[in-house]
Design a protein around this ligand. Structure first.
Ligand SMILES: C[S@@+](CC[C@H](N)C(=O)[O-])C[C@H]1O[C@@H](n2cnc3c(N)ncnc32)[C@H](O)[C@@H]1O
Length: 275
């Protein structure tokens, strides 16, 4: 299934439109080559010259990519343009939700029943790590699903998230709920804004993989000797033939595992450092 179709099912009634591209933040613009279909994006760029200027101003290195796809794919007529806009915007509809309605992604913390938190707790326990009073890093924290599950028992939780709208959302939620041990930081997995050897436990959920090798090196830097890194992936288990993530994670000393998210068995990876 194409990602656009998954997102259509996930966010009924969203109606993302091309004007939403003006909400994108720099690091999202940088990821457009990986996320946006070339032909559809080119069609929209031909129809909206201001958009091209906006995207380049947000993230100057994108210029070369935009120039290339515009040269490869010419302008289209009005009907096709509408179809291209629709397809493009649904491919990146999660970004539209981050900007317009992050509360649609909120999950009420439920330590007893959240399958992702159960997975983190079980993996930690399996490595002899008690999550109480630990310094926890949730990298690619989104709306803070894991952050708010870790907070009740952690000493501190650092929620690292590149999207400003999501950082604001986590800060506001922590303030509203009187949670004082959550600290929200602007950063990416390949540049985590924390000193070396900060985290007892570093966790991610559906956030690694854009620059995996650099991300895993950064995770190693930030995690303490004897600390634990746990990555929950979105993809169902087992890894498909030719999977690109597994060999890189193995080369970095991670062990594969699985967890059950409401009937779907998904992949996870864990590494205990210094052991
Ligand atoms: C699918 S969401 C998952 C959010 C959260 N971990 C959760 O479980 O709900 C992916 C998150 O990773 C963030 N993200 C994307 N690229 C990233 C990067 N290079 N480094 C860190 N976070 C990133 C996105 O902004 C988004 O918040």
């Amino acid at each position: 299934m194409r990602y656009a179709d998954t997102l259509r099912g996930q966010f009924p009634g969203l109606d993302p439109e091309a004007d939403d591209l003006f909400l994108l933040e720099a690091h999202q613009v940088a990821q457009l080559p990986d996320r946006a279909p070339d032909r559809e994006l080119a069609a929209v760029l031909h129809a909206r010259p201001r958009l091209r200027r906006f995207l380049v101003a947000r993230c100057p290195p994108i210029e070369e990519f935009l120039r290339r796809i515009a040269a490869e794919h010419g302008p289209v007529g009005p009907d096709e343009l509408a179809a291209c806009e629709d397809e493009l915007m649904w491919e990146i509809a999660d970004w539209v939700v981050y900007q317009r309605a992050p509360d649609r992604l909120d999950v009420e913390p439920d330590e007893a029943h959240d399958p992702c938190w159960t997975a983190i707790s079980d993996v930690a326990a399996g490595h002899g790590v008690d999550l109480h009073d630990q310094v926890v890093v949730d990298a690619g924290a989104g709306t803070g699903r894991l952050t708010f599950l870790a907070a009740p028992t952690a000493r501190h939780v650092f929620a690292v998230e590149p999207v400003a709208a999501l950082r604001r959302h986590v800060r506001e939620r922590a303030a509203r709920q009187g949670i004082g041990n959550v600290f929200v930081l602007d950063g990416c997995l390949d540049q985590i804004p924390l000193p070396a050897a900060t985290a007892d436990v570093l966790m991610t959920r559906q956030a690694i993989g854009w620059r995996l090798d650099a991300e895993l090196r950064e995770v190693e830097r930030v995690t303490k000797v004897d600390g634990l890194a746990i990555h929950l992936l979105g993809m169902p288990a087992p890894a498909p033939p030719g999977d690109e993530l597994d060999p890189v994670l193995s080369a970095h000393g991670y062990r594969p595992g699985t967890y059950d998210e409401r009937g779907v068995v998904r992949r996870l990876y864990v590494r205990r450092f210094g052991r």
